[in-house]
Design a binder for this molecule. Structure first.
Ligand code: 13P
Ligand code: SF4
Length: 306
């Protein structure tokens, strides 16, 4: 088992020797968070990469995020440790689904969550993230919006904007990590930590949202404790987020929901990350026409929210 011998320091050294910048999502294991030059949510990361000179990026996250990075940085070389780290929710909405709904609801704008296939972004009008979904939907000149693939984020956005949000593909669009949290599990933590505030990601269902003191994306969750008087927080999102929060706020206490693990985010480990740098074999490549189309929907979001 090579992970016995691969240390975070060893990976860092190899990345520096080979001129790679390491970019990681907030849900990566703590040892990988530790070696990242940039750690954040998917959109933050893709945008940071447009602003740095480095030509070679090692990305640690899931495939649609690596692809967003490539779409915004087509001239850069982007490598990943494994080619099969994906997001089941992103994969739940197909191009055929979107085309079908566009046919039924002619002229209605299609908003897709950044957690979607690049091919799906290419047939959508505009992309959004969990941090800006409400702003994007409010900015569109239509009271009815087709929105996918996350039905829970869709319901949250409908609640906040008062618009008629039609979830696509519908009941089957959700993140298994966030959708199956039990309110009994959160209530148990709330009674164990009565002074704790509950932070939730908008990918959770409404019954969990109702328990929250704060609702936000991972990038918003990392800012919230600074403005709160509370010292304890129950963190209702993927457990990887805990390492980041603990590092940012060493004096505050963060309580994880142990059932919330994204197995795809955890496919990257010290061993395969080291091998990725050694071999530089798994590179993100996308067709230039696909890049141009997906980029349009992403840029429309950036125009709205920048
Ligand atoms: P953020 O955009 O909040 O980082 O979320 C990404 C994700 O995959 C949520 O499950
Ligand atoms: Fe996809 Fe959920 Fe994993 Fe995020 S936590 S990458 S939405 S499966």
């Amino acid at each position: 088992n090579m992970s016995m011998y691969v240390t975070p320091e060893k990976i860092r050294k190899l990345a520096d020797e080979k001129g790679y910048i390491i970019v990681a999502h907030n849900y990566q294991i703590p040892e990988l968070q530790q070696i990242a030059d940039y750690l954040g949510d998917s959109l933050q990361l893709a945008r940071i990469v447009t602003k740095i000179d480095a030509k070679k990026i090692l990305f640690l996250g899931v495939d649609f995020m690596a692809e967003v990075m490539k779409v915004l940085n087509p001239e850069k070389k982007i490598i990943v440790p494994v080619g099969y780290s994906t997001c089941p929710m992103a994969n739940s909405l197909t191009v055929e689904d979107v085309l079908k709904y566009k046919e039924i609801y002619k002229g209605i704008p299609v908003v897709v969550y950044v957690n979607s296939r690049t091919e799906v972004k290419a047939v959508a009008d505009v992309v959004c993230t969990s941090a800006n979904a409400i702003d994007v939907v409010n900015a569109l000149d239509s009271d009815t919006i087709l929105f996918g693939p996350d039905k829970n984020l869709a319901s949250y956005v409908a609640e906040k904007t008062g618009k008629n949000i039609i979830p696509i593909p519908g009941e089957t669009g959700y993140c298994y990590v966030h959708n199956y949290v039990k309110d009994s599990e959160i209530k148990k933590l709330m009674s164990k930590y009565p002074n704790a505030e509950v932070m939730v990601h908008p990918e959770v269902p409404k019954n969990i949202r109702n328990l929250a003191h704060f609702i936000g994306s991972t990038s918003q969750m990392e800012k919230y404790p600074a403005s709160s008087k509370a010292n304890e927080f129950i963190v209702v999102t993927e457990v990887g987020m805990l390492a980041k929060l603990e590092k940012l706020y060493p004096d505050k206490v963060f309580i994880p929901v142990p059932s919330m693990v994204c197995y795809n985010m955890k496919k990257n480990n010290l061993r395969n990350t080291y091998l990725a740098l050694l071999e530089e074999k798994i590179e993100v490549t996308l067709d230039s026409e696909l890049i141009a189309k997906a980029r349009k929907a992403i840029e429309r979001m950036l125009e709205i929210t920048e």
